[in-house]
Design a protein around this ligand. Sequence first.
Ligand code: SAM
Ligand code: FES
Length: 350
Amino acid sequence: MMKALIDRLRKETVLSKEEYVLLLSHITPELSEYLFQQARTVREQWYGKDVYIRGLIEFTNCCKNDCYYCGIRCSNHQAQRYRLSEEEILSCCESGYALGFRTFVLQGGEDPFFTCQRMTSLIRRIRQQFPDCALTLSVGEKSREEYQAYFDAGADRYLLRHETANDSHYRKLHPETMSPENRKRCLRDLKEIGFQTGCGFMVGSPGQTVENLAEDLLFVKKLQPHMVGIGPFIAQHDTPFRDQPNGTLEITLFLLGLLRLTLPSVLLPSTTALGTIHSRGRELGILAGANVVMPNLSPSSVRKKYLLYDNKICTGDEAAECRSCLERRMEAIGYHVVVSRGDYPTIKTK
Ligand code: SAM
Ligand code: FES
């Protein structure tokens, strides 16, 4: 019965909310393995055994928001704040380029210091110096005009997790200053402007139900993003959610498999959070249908300060070590890290 649902999902690329709930409520190791086999077959039709790498530069941990789950929320006075200078960011890109990265992801808190003018000047410099690279931004909610300015300056991709598609669940994870409507408005604007757009959600965030996860799957089906970033929620000791249980490996992997069948050609990262809850989490994510990894290119001196959650991995390593470590890990499971921009299959490069 459950396997037949997975077969139908593979064929029709969507199920009803009730059917997704049914699958998510009947996860067994056997069913998971069946799902992952199907997901790998679909993934290999689009991407073969290639794994795309993105160089993640966590350029500021200052943030004006106060999301209850996040270790760099503005109310966390234990966080040691930093922001990288334009020169430091460019030097991360330079070392990344030498290591074979052709996508840079600039991620940070919503830091008012990085005004539209500062961001666009940074984007232009990166675009000028690395014309053959893709530039992804992940800096939160902005006005449509600001997103348009980033795009015109040369950014190609934008990651903004919707966090949860259910509005009342969203309100349990965020203070009143943030709204699910605005989050969704941002995603629509980003797509309309022409960014390769990524949404995503945490698995096992406080208050989340299997119904909510089914809603997330239907939300991504409708939005048709180019990328979907998911990872387990992991408690951070200085946040209001410090005592909440972490998301599980089992459910996160199962969702990766379902996402691969729901959006067959989507760019799907196997995230650092997955590598944090299990020592082979990133490999298992790839084997469940993911096709992207995002090693850290931030300077080692700031890595321990970008602590979104507890026990984050790779905070003591150099970029080169992370790159070669991931390459070895991927080779060990029969996949290969490739040097390319790694665009969504139907997108032409700028
Ligand atoms: N400020 C940008 C934004 O809001 O999109 C980007 C940075 S934000 C820290 C990146 C992502 O980290 C969030 O979208 C959230 O899903 C994830 N995150 C934050 N706290 C987390 C936690 N405790 N466990 C797992 N993921 C977390
Ligand atoms: Fe950073 Fe392995 S990915 S040490």
